[in-house]
Design a protein around this ligand. Structure first.
Ligand SMILES: C[S@@+](CC[C@H](N)C(=O)[O-])C[C@H]1O[C@@H](n2cnc3c(N)ncnc32)[C@H](O)[C@@H]1O
Length: 187
């Protein structure tokens, strides 16, 4: 619901290989490419309509946008981003994606940014829930389920999946969405 552009761009190591999972139209991929002409970015999604637009607007030589089933990724990535995607994933899909992130992220120094939202306070959560139900019903956002987690549940599941959490921040507290940004590494 809101891409954390500043927070990610200012923490991006130079000349990073970046994967944006659930990249949508690829706006963050292009923002990273403009921010660092040495960066190389892969954006993947399941929504072919968004991929088509992303491919037309992808900055040549730096950004590749492709369907999750067709992407060819390098063996190791410096940064992996999952922004407002987790809560659209069925539990089996999220396990698969977290496993792939753990396998591809550079050990020790690679950064995994998980942007999602807390389930508190209740009025903000209900606002997000109604928004997600409507955008799902109208096929504005594709995803098989709505699978929300609280900030504490995110911390527990990431630890169980083998990630070390470096920080958990609440972004833009005056917004109607309880945004959280978690930064992790794999030791
Ligand atoms: C709410 S949008 C977020 C888009 C963008 N990352 C952002 O932060 O604005 C969720 C995106 O995740 C994609 N998505 C849903 N399930 C996915 C999956 N299993 N693999 C990759 N992308 C997925 C949707 O098609 C959609 O583009």
């Amino acid at each position: 619901m809101s891409v954390p552009f500043e927070e990610i761009l200012e923490r991006l190591p130079p000349a990073s290989k970046v994967l944006d999972i659930g990249c949508g139209h690829g706006i963050l991929c292009n923002a990273i490419a403009l921010h660092d002409p040495q960066a190389k970015i892969w954006g993947i999604d399941i929504d072919q309509r968004k991929i088509n637009i992303g491919q037309k607007s992808a900055l040549a030589n730096q950004v590749i946008i492709e369907h999750v089933d067709r992407i060819v990724l390098p063996d190791e990535l410096d940064v992996i981003i999952l922004s407002d995607v987790y809560h659209h994933l069925a539990p089996s899909e999220s396990q698969k994606i977290l496993g792939m992130i753990k396998q591809k992220l550079k050990k020790g120094s690679g950064i995994f940014f998980l942007k999602d939202m807390d389930t508190k306070p209740l009025w903000k959560f209900l606002y997000c829930y109604i928004f997600d139900v409507l955008t799902g019903f109208l096929h504005i956002t594709e995803g098989t389920s709505l699978n929300y987690k609280s900030a504490d549940e995110f911390k527990a599941l990431l630890k169980d999946a083998g990630f070390s959490i470096k920080s958990l921040e609440y972004l833009r507290p005056n917004d109607t969405v309880p945004h959280i940004l978690i930064q992790c590494i794999v030791e």
